[in-house]
Ligand binder design. Structure first.
Ligand code: UD1
Ligand code: CA
Length: 453
């Protein structure tokens, strides 16, 4: 049996008051529409169709190969929107799931349940409803005497009696395809707004005496729909809690889950503890036994095992195992800290590798550099890597001791075992095991290197 999802995403989302199409507003690191496409995947067997309109090119660009996009122009309502998928899907699918791209908390399991209900339904479609005290402007479900669904009444046309109905239309349907394409053409424009409402299709079935089934949901959170930025914040809070709960059940500790912000695609290993006000963003992957935060932002980075990251900011960085950093350290793109690196306060590392056991305690900038193992970077050291036009590399060997406040004017190389005196300005390469001092620094004597383990 072929099952295809049609996702409605053409509306402007006027109530968002935004230049960004509503469905591209992010939730836990991904646009709203991404969440719905993910949830639809396990329920459908074919590539979905997304109906686009407002901001069509931006939405199309985001969707890419994940779905076929069809244009609805002008946007004449949800019924008219589904009709735009007819030419792509007619004769090619048995069931059609229709849902709205502004319902990003619906779960895959819920869509599957909807499809199962429709498979057993002799009637033309099934829909998802929720029982809730707060109607939030959702359409009200009017039941017939035999218990099947008789109509959906939109709030602004509902009578006071209908407004009191607590069963609401969530906005997820599963149709027999052949019936859908025929019935859509019978929807009349709404007399007040001139739009074609998909919800009127319920009365079309009822008139034909065909049973419409409802899957009644009681988890109101899952049915949060986004019409305004306030709803967006509610949905984000609910989704965040769902994500955090999943991590906690998998062995991650959080001192305060309400103040822990994890994007939907981030991965975190067991026995890692997240302290409050920590952000784990983008495609970040964190392995086991780490302590992260408080007050830490990590984006698109990879962290090994048993690291401590305290009040720091990391973006596009890699930490191997047992790295200890912060407070107030910053790693930028291309920072690679190997095992047992220590990085203290007010350091910045960009496009550089710090090999095993490098220590960089205080106030340093390291850019475009390769720093050999067990080298010590004294307080205030700076790689002067930019001459105003180009970036230049710094290469430092192992067991080097860079004295406090050294300026390393790149391109430059310091051999293994070299030392610089405090305040040196190093403009020429330093041979192995040599001490340099001064401004600019010049060689003064040959050194005896102590072997470290
Ligand atoms: C809709 C339902 C309502 C339900 C609620 C639940 C209708 C008429 N009403 O109301 O019963 O309780 O959702 O969330 O269906 N769209 C298009 N083209 C259009 C108009 C809308 O693609 O011409 C898309 C929008 O981008 C949006 C979705 O359809 O993703 C729903 O439209 P919206 O205007 O938000 O409908 P609601 O007023 O929320
Ligand atoms: Ca809506």
């Amino acid at each position: 049996m072929k099952i295809t999802a049609v996702l409605l995403a053409a509306g402007q989302g006027t109530r968002m008051k935004s230049d960004l199409p509503k469905v591209l507003h992010p939730l836990c690191g991904k646009p709203m529409i991404w969440h719905v496409l993910e949830a639809l995947k396990p329920a459908a067997t074919e590539k979905p169709v997304v109906v686009i309109g407002y901001g069509a090119e931006r939405v199309r660009k985001f969707v890419g190969d994940a779905a076929e996009c069809v244009l609805q122009e002008p946007q004449l309502g949800t019924g008219h929107a589904v009709l735009q998928a007819e030419s792509s899907l007619k004769g090619k699918t048995d069931l059609v799931i229709v849902t709205y791209a502004d319902m990003p908390l619906l779960r895959a399991e819920t869509f599957r349940q909807l499809v199962e209900t429709q498979r057993l339904n002799p009637g033309p479609f099934s829909l998802l409803t929720v029982i809730a005290d707060d109607p939030r402007g959702f359409g009200r479900i009017v039941r017939k005497d035999d218990g099947t669904v008789g109509a959906i009444v939109e709030e602004y046309v509902a009578t006071p009696g209908q407004r009191a109905i607590k069963e609401l239309n969530v906005g997820a349907y599963c149709f027999n395809a052949d019936w859908l394409w025929e019935a859509l053409h019978r929807i009349e424009p709404n007399p007040k707004k001139g739009e074609y409402y998909l919800t009127d299709i319920v009365e079309i079935a009822a008139r034909d005496n065909l049973p419409v089934q409802a899957v009644v949901h009681d988890d109101f959170v899952e049915t949060i729909g986004i019409n305004s930025r306030f709803h967006l914040s509610e949905a984000e809070a609910a989704l965040r809690m769902r994500i955090n709960r999943e991590h906690m059940l998998n062995g991650v500790s959080m001192m305060d889950p309400a103040a822990t912000y994890i994007d939907v695609e981030a991965k975190i290993g067991r026995d890692t503890t997240l302290m409050p006000n920590t952000y784990i963003l983008g495609g970040t992957e964190i392995a086991e036994g780490n302590v992260i935060g408080p007050n830490t932002v990590i984006r698109d980075s990879r962290i090994g095992n048993r690291c401590k990251v305290f009040a720091s900011v990391l973006e596009g960085a890699v930490l191997e195992d047992d790295v200890d950093m912060g407070p107030f350290a910053r790693l930028r793109k291309g920072a690679y800290l190997k095992s047992h690196v220590h990085m203290g306060n007010f350091g910045e590392v960009k496009d550089s590798t710090l090999h095993e056991g490098v220590k960089m305690g205080h106030f340093s900038y390291i850019g475009n550099a390769d720093i050999g193992s067990n080298t010590n970077i004294g307080a205030g050291t700076i790689t002067c890597n930019y001459d105003g036009e180009k970036k230049h590399p710094t290469e430092i060997g192992e067991d080097v001791f860079i004295g406090s406040d050294t300026m390393l004017v790149a391109p430059i190389k310091l051999g293994a075992g070299a030392r610089t005196g405090a305040g040196s300005v190093v403009t020429k390469n330093v041979p192995e095991d040599t001490l340099v001092v001064g401004v600019p620094a010049r060689a003064i004597r040959k050194l005896e290197r102590k072997k470290k383990k």
